[in-house]
Design a binder for this molecule. Structure first.
Ligand code: SF4
Length: 344
């Protein structure tokens, strides 16, 4: 991290020149991320009993400092911390929990391309994420089988090119924004050149945890995309949206992208009308439309986050009375083998 000259407001109201540490690049932010529950608890002055090394052996902790800095110190119930701290509950086994709860493996066409719904395909671009969400439905996905880099993606692109019924390509993972802009720019150009593809969608949580990922080189390929770009963010709580995050979301909208959000309903984190309302309000004020509120996918290791369908439906019903229609997400569950998400 270097130093930059900046004008800051002194306590007496006068502006002064000061030397401040510059913001680390997103790549540096990834490198310095916290990688153990013990270190996470230590940094937040919380008893390490919150973390579980057994759970971490299965799914390691990975949390950028930019995200940790938005958590409340000394609060083991912080809604951001609860999404990323390992817990003993993850090691409990249940008959209803699955390794592949949404049928990803059965939907594979080859070359990292998955198709569940008509006209749309999803491309697994990478197994890397900028944060490990403990409730992730792909926490057991065999990413080592997915194609990597331009050579691997060329086969995926050929599959998309050969099927003229496909009009939308979704870049997913892992998280596509952990890839270098040079690779993403290439991929967007290649997909954009396929005549029958009308829209490109990018599912990402990187700008949530490392907002500086929305850098000038990313905005360049967003502006230059030949096809409309949709970013589907993954914010679960209003506390995740601070000044830097808001700035990044505004930059994406200004660059011409449509920005949507999908949240997951999580017990003890956002399962209240107030938490959902605050999240939706912050999003719509930034021109980000709340798109889906997902019921938890029943993945092994995450059932302790489960909220009942009835409780979810009551929350959304209350939101309808308090928010404009475009600010209310659809409550849905993804069921393996269905032709669309199932509304609840
Ligand atoms: S960022 Fe998305 S894919 Fe990665 S761990 Fe979180 S929910 Fe899963």
């Amino acid at each position: 991290m270097g130093l930059v000259m900046a004008t800051i407001l002194a306590t007496d109201g006068h502006s002064v020149e000061a030397t401040l540490p510059s913001e680390p690049s997103w790549q540096e932010a990834m490198k310095r991320a916290i990688r153990s529950g013990h270190d996470l608890c230590k940094r937040l002055a919380i008893a390490p009993a919150l973390s579980s090394s057994q759970a971490e052996a299965d799914f390691p902790v990975f949390v950028p400092l930019e995200y940790v800095n938005r958590m409340r110190k000394g609060d083991p119930d912080d809604p951001l911390l609860r999404q990323v701290a390992s817990s003993h509950d993850e090691t409990l086994r249940s008959d209803v929990a699955l390794l592949d709860p949404v049928g990803d493996l059965a939907a594979q066409l080859g070359g990292g391309v998955l198709q569940k719904y008509e006209r749309r395909v999803l491309l697994i671009t990478t197994g890397a994420c900028a944060v490990h969400c403990r409730y992730c439905f792909r926490r057991h996905f065999p990413y080592e089988t997915a194609p990597k880099g331009k050579t691997g993606w060329s086969r995926s692109l050929r599959l998309i090119e050969q099927d003229r019924s496909i009009d939308e390509v979704i870049l997913s993972g892992g998280d596509p924004l952990t890839l270098a802009d040079e690779s993403l720019s290439w991929l967007i150009r290649q997909i954009g050149a396929i005549g029958h593809v009308q829209r490109i969608r990018i599912h990402t949580r990187v700008p949530v945890v490392i907002p500086q990922r929305v850098c000038e080189s990313l905005l360049k390929w967003v502006r230059e995309s030949a096809k409309p770009l949709f970013f589907v963010m993954h914010f679960n709580h209003a506390q995740e949206i601070d000044h830097s995050v808001a700035k990044s979301l505004r930059a994406l909208v200004s660059a011409g992208a449509t920005v949507l959000n999908q949240a997951v309903l999580l017990r003890g984190i956002n399962d209240s009308v107030e938490a959902q309302k605050q999240l939706c309000l912050k999003l719509i004020n930034l021109q980000v439309l709340p798109y889906y509120l997902h019921q938890l996918d029943l993945v092994q290791g995450a059932l302790h986050y489960q909220v009942t369908d009835q409780a979810g439906a009551k929350i959304v019903e209350a939101l309808r009375a308090q928010l404009p229609g475009y600010g209310v997400p659809k409550l849905v569950r993804e069921l393996a083998g269905q032709q669309s998400k199932t509304p609840l």
